[in-house]
Design a protein around this ligand. Sequence first.
Ligand SMILES: [Ca+2]
Ligand SMILES: [Ca+2]
Length: 276
Amino acid sequence: MKKIISSLAASLMVASTISAVSVSAENTEKNNIFSVSTKILSESVVINNIVIPAGASAVTVSISGNNGLNSSSTKLIVGDAYNIIEVAENQPVLNKGAVLDDLSVVSTENNNCIAVVAASADYTDSDGDMFTFYIEKVNDRGDTSINIVDMPSLKVSDTVSTFSVNGFKYATCGDVNDDGYIDAVDASQVFSAVAKYTKANTSDPEAEHFTPFLANLFLSDYLPYAPCAETADTNMDGLIQDIDAEKIMKYYAAAAVGNEVNDKDNHCGEPIKYSV
Ligand SMILES: [Ca+2]
Ligand SMILES: [Ca+2]
């Protein structure tokens, strides 16, 4: 576990300024406005079993003017005056807001970058808090800004060929909507497919029998953009479940901050051969 750096004097925190100078995000309509607000904690709080000391700052990303989204990807750069407080390596202490159901977060090794990928089965037009994370000041001379920056696209079509050979083609595991990118939109497609299945099969609420074979029989219903349902089974255990969507979010969030995905059960980006 990463050691949490103890807080400096509260007076240093009060003297600091935090500003959000740019706002943008992938996969959102242009009317959706993401904003960053910060609050210095006057007393310590316990979040995710971690004590956040008084003097640390809560950083909340909110959305307003939401005209409908089922996924979002946000990357923030925190100035080097601060460290992001973590539960464990690359796992920031995080409070999920109410706007989207599932969140995956990764921060970089130098503790100054956080990527948050969120997705839901359904569209929401709710405004409100997306998520909150926590930072501590580690020096009083560094950069104190916090900026939302563009999430890099994770293009996959360069590495996986799509040509047809002897009645077979190749798709990419995790690129469920077959647009050449693995991102939060693909995760929302998987969540949506699982939700459709469990709604129609109430005796199987955990989708323990929702196989790619079954999904391929009704592909236009479950995964309307997928070349084959196997693209959605990202842990390749023979079932399409919410965990497969979470693997996609983790893959994308890690890539956005330049981290490796240390998970042998995450097959995102691998080629999948299927018959046409
Ligand atoms: Ca995609
Ligand atoms: Ca699976």
